[in-house]
Design a protein. Structure first.
Length: 341
């Protein structure tokens, strides 16, 4: 960060492939030094772009590695649907191939299932962050979850809605509906009992997909105490529109600090219908504004769209270098037009 607290523009991004059994994943890495590496796993259908706001706030503390798993983010899918366990194996192989030493594992939505499965299988992992975990055990019905997702989506900023549309079109509805039953039926609360890692659960205030009673129930399923935090004003993709709040929570959790936050941040509240103690509520931080002229803002938008086109071409031509260049250009443009929406 600069002395004024603004993000540094456009860090270099390195794109690599992680080879699995007949499939591969893409990992986009930024940063080389810091306390500990972060490994980010997105949800069903979407790409690592969902972490585009979070990663720049984490990289000042350690290298950040964001995954596009098979079938997502322009990565080809397998012939047959992969299970949550198979996705978790790909994440584990990423840790091994990159030589990461006890990374902070961060999952969002279906990514929380994958990361919980990974943490249960690898007890040497010590730090786990679950953002908007799914699926609520009392509502494992597709129509109910679809309605909840739409309700939560209406609370998201336009940028997140746009990312979702692009991601789902890129993923393809055929692959999406192959994976959906695996996500819907996965019993994350059972797997949680085998997790030894220190765990933080984060939800957004307006997240209908991940309601308060559910996160309270899930937190009670872990074998050790779990911190549960709610971010005011946020919805399902809390780590995007509220990246600074989530990054602060991740870093504090990785350092072993309590989830209550600092004097500016959090108050305590009780989970509705819960017998598992309180939920820390983190206040929404003021929005950051970019001091760009209309011409500069327009140029940032054009550059970002051009970068997205370069990445798209890289996906279509199977050229990781183009994907890397496109992502770098988008990151640099976003840094200039930070929170312009």
């Amino acid at each position: 960060m600069t002395k004024s607290g603004e993000l540094e523009p456009g860090p270099d991004i390195i794109v690599r492939r992680i080879q699995g059994d007949g499939v591969w994943a893409r990992v986009s890495s930024v940063g080389e030094i810091g306390e500990r590496p972060f490994l980010l796993v997105a949800g069903i259908g979407v790409s690592s772009h969902y972490f585009e706001q979070l990663a720049p706030h984490l990289v000042q503390f350690g290298p950040v590695h964001a995954l596009d798993l098979p079938g997502f983010g322009g990565v080809p899918h397998a012939r047959h649907a992969l299970s949550i366990s198979q996705f978790a194996e790909m994440v584990g192989k990423t840790i091994d191939d990159l030589g990461l030493e006890d990374p902070v594992i961060v999952g969002h939505s279906m990514g929380t299932q994958i990361c919980t499965e990974l943490a249960a299988a690898r007890p040497e992992l010590t730090t786990l962050v679950l953002i908007s975990p799914v699926i609520d055990a009392s509502a494992r019905i597709v129509p109910v979850q679809a309605l909840r997702f739409l309700r939560a989506g209406l609370q998201e900023p336009f940028r997140v809605q746009l990312l979702a549309v692009v991601a789902y079109l890129t993923c393809g509805f055929g692959w999406f509906f192959k994976i959906l039953p695996r996500m819907m039926s996965y019993p994350i609360e059972r797997t949680a009992a085998g997790v030894r890692a220190s765990t933080l659960v984060i939800r957004g205030e307006h997240d209908a997909v991940c309601p308060r009673p559910w996160v309270a129930q899930l937190s009670g399923a872990f074998s050790r105490a779990v911190d549960v935090v709610e971010v005011e004003g946020a919805a399902h993709s809390v780590m995007h529109a509220h990246a600074r709040e989530v990054a602060g929570l991740c870093v504090r959790h990785a350092s072993g600090a309590p989830a209550e936050g600092d004097d500016e941040g959090a108050v305590r509240g009780n989970a509705e219908g819960s017998d598992h103690g309180g939920i820390a509520v983190v206040r929404e931080l003021p929005k950051q504004k970019a001091s760009l002229s209309p011409t500069e803002a327009a140029k940032a938008v054009v550059d970002e769209v051009e970068g997205a086109a370069i990445e798209f071409k890289g996906n279509k031509t199977d050229d990781d270098r183009l994907v890397e260049l496109g992502r770098e250009q988008q990151a640099e443009a976003r840094a200039r037009g930070l929170n312009r929406e």
